[in-house]
Write a protein of this length. Structure first.
Length: 483
């Protein structure tokens, strides 16, 4: 546990617990010390916050402080205790190249791979004028993140399958590297063009199709989803992403000028491929740490603090971490009092009992709400380009059937369009969700936070725009926490 510290702007005490890359506790006594400190402070509600991992301790501390400040009213008494969940990972900035700080973060995230990381940086920075050099990037990335099938992390490759279905790595690790880089480059170009024409993609609500005249595929959905009424995702950030045909590459040109233009596009895509492959590995790790590390820690806290309600909050990959922690408590006692996911880097079908595009099996997190005493609140925004555009491209799996549905629909993210495939899951605007007693007392609920989560530069868009008092109020409302 990090030493108990006081927020410099308030008298509110905050704590931290940390995990290593395998989900082990960085300090075996940290949960006991948090419990002792919370008991001494008379805390009735304990909020554990896991954000997307950052590249250095200074940034992590700053993000912790910004999150905690949202829950602070300047008083010493009352309100929840706040615990940061620290775990090893990283994020990329919007800059097109790799900085020294980013390379250092890669070395921390993938220890023992220094030479491979140096080779990757050399290729992405120098952009050699050969198509074969782009293919080398794909080879190096596969070596960087590959895991043996029996490795613990391999069980968290996707959110799109329960124990009935095998795990599968995304197609970007196995498809032609030029193919994948072309896809990223083209999607980013079209997204930028469309972003200049429209700021927001409205959500759609569809009525179920029933009877012999009903279509087997909904207007914008997949197969049996036509039988379910409710929210549908926003339109894709690019029309091209929503197309059902395979994302095939262009032929390699022979002319000198044309070849140069094609290579420039491929290298733009190669940088984004690097970002997304690393992000995939970090998300995979988040699931493993959540279920194998945080879940047992929550059990210890619940046992030590029987009169304290524990609430889980996660942002981005951190939302994946806390969601899998809740899954790890399905067979245990002392589950969380509420779970709030902000811009979650999870499949929007993760909680579905039945995946619309498959004959059997559900999402990896189906049934998680049963282990949560209160609601599972999923806040999302249509301004999140990281999840609306890049996540579905990066998540496509080997063996998909592209003729059925566009990549945005099948591989869409929870943080872009909310919970999908769960009967009876309401969708509320953020303003409506903050009305008194508006949130359900249990089960799943999607909250459209696009009104406040909207600021950010390409290619991530609003993915990191989560420091808003309205979102802190959403957490408090979900947990029925008195401030």
């Amino acid at each position: 546990m990090s030493s108990s510290a006081h927020d410099p702007d308030t008298t509110r005490t905050r704590w931290a617990i940390a995990f290593d890359a395998d989900g082990g506790e960085a300090d075996g006594g940290q949960c006991a010390r948090v419990a002792d400190a919370a008991r001494a402070a008379g805390v009735r509600d304990l909020v554990l916050l896991a954000h997307t991992a950052h590249n250095d301790a200074e940034t992590t501390a700053d993000v912790d402080a910004r999150f905690h400040a949202l829950f602070t009213d300047g008083t010493a008494d009352g309100g929840p205790g706040l615990v940061s969940v620290h775990w090893p990972g990283m994020r990329f900035g919007p800059e097109p190249g790799l900085t020294d700080a980013t390379e250092a973060a890669l070395r921390r995230t993938f220890p023992g791979q220094d030479q491979l990381i140096a080779d990757l940086r050399s290729l992405v920075d120098e952009r050699p004028r050969q198509f074969s050099a782009v293919d080398d990037v794909g080879m190096l990335l596969r070596r960087l993140v590959e895991e043996p099938l029996h490795a613990p992390a391999a069980a968290y490759a996707t959110d799109m399958g329960d124990e009935l279905l095998p795990q599968s790595d995304p197609a970007m690790l196995f498809d032609s590297t030029s193919h994948v880089c072309e896809g990223f480059a083209r999607a980013l170009e079209q997204a930028q063009e469309e972003a200049e024409r429209a700021e927001q993609r409205p959500e759609r609500i569809e009525q179920p199709g029933r009877g012999p005249e009903a279509p087997t595929v909904s207007k914008h959905g997949t197969l049996t989803e036509a039988e379910t009424a409710g929210p549908r995702p926003a339109d894709a950030p690019t029309d091209w992403l929503a197309r059902p045909d395979p994302l095939t590459p262009s032929a390699r040109p022979f002319g000198s000028a044309e070849s140069e233009r094609a290579l420039d596009r491929l290298w733009d895509g190669a940088h984004q491929l690097l970002c997304q492959v690393v992000s995939y590995a970090v998300r995979r790790r988040a699931g493993m740490i959540g279920e194998g590390g945080l879940a047992p820690a929550l059990g210890q806290l619940a046992e030590a603090l029987p009169d304290t309600r524990i609430h889980l909050v996660g942002h981005g990959a951190g939302a994946r971490l806390v969601a899998y922690a809740a899954r790890g408590l399905k067979e245990a006692t002392g589950g969380p009092a509420s779970v709030t996911l902000l811009q979650a880097a999870l499949s929007h079908f993760a909680f579905a009992a039945h995946l619309p595009q498959q004959m059997r099996g559900g999402g990896a997190l189906a049934g998680v709400a049963q282990s949560v005493a209160g609601p599972v609140v999923c806040a999302y925004s249509h301004h999140d380009r990281e999840l609306g555009l890049l996540f579905p491209l990066a998540s496509r799996m080997i063996g998909e059937s592209p003729s059925l549905v566009g990549a945005d629909r099948l591989w869409g993210a929870l943080g872009y369009d909310g919970v999908q495939g769960v009967d009876g899951c309401p969708t509320l605007t953020l303003a409506d969700a903050l009305a008194e007693d508006a949130l359900p007392s249990s089960g799943y609920v999607s909250v459209d936070a696009s009104a406040v989560v909207r600021g950010g530069v390409p290619p991530q868009g609003a993915h990191f725009d989560v420091f808003h008092p309205e979102l802190a109020r959403l957490v408090l409302a979900a947990g029925r926490i008195e401030r």
